[in-house]
Every structure is written in C-alpha cells, then in structure tokens.
Design a protein around this ligand. Structure first.
Ligand code: GDP
Ligand code: ZN
Length: 293
C-alpha cells in the first residue's frame, strides 16, 4: 500500500502521484458511489497491481480538509482571485462573491491585481486599502512583463492553489509565467500548453516546486447559491465582530433597525461600497431562493 495524491481524473481513471511516480488507478468497487468516490485533490491509499505496469487500485480516501462539489475538488487550500486593473475593469462584485465563497469553503484567499501596466495607480491603491484593511493579502502583477510573479510564488509554498477570475483578466498568462520560472516535473508544462486554455474541462493539479496549482474550469463562473442569503454576512470577515451588536438574531443587516453592521457603516468601520455590494449579493441569493420553490 502507498499513499498518494490524485492529480487528475478522466472518467474512471485517476492519476495518482506518489513521490516522483505517477500511477494510473481505478477506484475499488465500494468507492464508486457518488458521495464516496475519489476526486482530484484527494489523498488516497493505493495498491499497485502486479503484472500490470504502473497500474493500481484506490483502496481508501483520507479525510478531506475541504470539499467542493462544483467544480469537484478536495483539499484545496487557497484561491488567488484575479482581477485586472483595466481591460476588463475590476469587477469587485464578482470579487466579493468569490471572497465570500472562499470563506464558506474555509480556504484562504489572496487578491491579485493584474495588468497594473494598463490602469491608474490610484485605482490599485484604493483596492489595496479596502481589502488589506479587512485582512486580505493583495498582490500587484503585470503578468505580461513578469512583474510581481516572484511575490505571487512566495505565497504558493506548501499550498494547493486555484486561480479564479473573469475571462481576460490574465489567469493563463499568470499561471504560465509561474511555470516558466519554476522547475516543474517534466512533461507537465508541455501538457498544460498543449491542452490550451479553452479545452480545460477537467480539473487537474500541476505540481510546482513548492506546491500545486489547481487548474479548474469551474471557479470562474461563480455560482455561490450554495450559500444561504441569511448566512452571507458570516462570510464577510469584517462584519463578524459587529454582528453581535444587532438587535435581532435573524438580522439581515439590510432594512433592520438597531443593526450592528449599519452602525459600523455609519462609524466608517465598514467600507460603504463593499456593504452595498453585500446588499446586492444578498438580494440575488434571496431571489434565487424564492424562485426555487
Ligand atoms: P484569462 O482569460 O484570465 O486566462 O486571461 P489571459 O491570460 O488569456 O489574458 C488575456 C489577455 O490579457 C492576453 O492578451 C494577455 O496577453 C493579456 N495580459 C495578461 N496579463 C497582462 C498584463 O499584466 N498586462 C497587459 N498589458 N496585458 C496582459
Ligand atoms: Zn444587522
């Protein structure tokens, strides 16, 4: 028996990385039920088959630190949420949704402002100010000229990281410049390049020197409807300490009187724009809940 990490899955075949070896595996019968089946990111116990070169069977799955259904992935530890300073302009509504979703999944988020060569420095500074105050790390990059890439890399150490953001913000360029700078396992870079960015349908983990990059199509078109509207505020890091001041336990922090969040807003403790995006996302979630029935 050996312990490995699933780095890709196409139909019923899994690529399991064990140290420097990659073993193609199938899952044992008992693991084939939907809610028990292995997914990319799983740490598994495998048994190599004799006679069959490089083939194995997955016997069991270790407990997951994190699990997401769509896209299917386990044990992701952080997300780099990419926005661009210009072309396209920063989509802070999407960013806030993604930040909330990452909190919901209980994983770390880092904000990356790419294309700093195209926009105004003041715009970037403003974004830094809002989000650093909350406690998020914000990194500036110009992926095209490989500026800020090393800083980004420092934050990938020991992590399984997914990149997320609108199409066109520069995710592929960023990932490729990270691969360009780091020594990666042979074949893996060319594999990614060959696959190209528009053919990504399966989640894959790419080993880099210091961790893994999760290439997944699913995190960009963010569907956060798994979060219930009444719980949304819990995933706003800077709201937490003020929620206890709300008069009503079921306060949504929208129209209620004696609301701790609205008080904090008046006292300039919470950013006005971020709060107004909260209201918007809340209404969106509420709307979907009503129409479900
Ligand atoms: P993705 O859709 O998020 O993967 O975005 P891409 O990586 O495909 O980038 C979209 C376009 O933006 C491409 O033409 C890139 O060359 C360009 N681009 C990416 N990063 C930068 C940057 O930092 N500065 C500038 N000026 N262009 C960039
Ligand atoms: Zn409230």
């Amino acid at each position: 028996m050996s312990k490995g990490l699933i780095i890709s899955n196409i139909s019923d075949l899994y690529q399991v990385k064990i140290e420097d070896e990659i073993v193609e595996c199938k899952a044992r019968g008992k693991l084939k039920k939907e809610d028990m089946s292995p997914v990319v990111g799983d740490i598994v116990e495998i048994e190599k088959m004799e006679n069959e070169n490089g083939k194995g069977v997955i016997n069991s799955i270790y407990p997951r630190s994190m699990y997401s259904k769509r896209p299917k992935i386990a044990n992701l530890t952080q997300m780099i949420l990419v926005i661009s300073l210009k072309s396209p302009k920063p989509d802070l509504l999407l960013l806030d949704k993604q930040l909330a979703y990452a909190e919901y999944l209980n994983i770390n988020s880092i904000i990356c402002i790419n294309k700093i060569d195209l926009g105004k420095k003041e715009t970037a500074d403003e974004i830094h100010k809002i989000y650093e105050k909350i406690g998020y790390k914000v990194i500036d990059t110009n992926a095209k000229e490989k500026i800020g890439i090393q800083n980004l890399q420092k934050n990938l150490v020991g992590q399984i990281t997914a990149f997320s953001g609108n199409s066109g913000v520069g995710k592929s360029t960023l990932i490729n410049s990270i691969f360009g700078e780091m020594k990666t396992q042979e074949g893996i870079v060319s594999q990614r390049i060959k696959r190209g960015k528009n053919t990504t349908t399966n989640t894959t983990l790419y080993p880099i020197e210091t961790g893994y990059i999760a290439d997944t199509p699913g995190f960009s078109t963010f569907d956060i409807t798994e979060i219930e509207s009444k719980e949304l505020a819990l995933y706003y890091k800077e709201f937490k300490e003020y929620i206890k001041d709300c008069e009503y336990l079921d306060c949504n922090h929208i129209k209620e009187e004696k609301c701790g969040i609205k008080k904090a807003l008046e006292d300039n403790k919470i950013d006005v724009e971020r709060y107004s995006r909260y209201c918007k996302i809340f209404e969106e979630l509420k709307d979907k809940e009503v129409h479900k029935w």
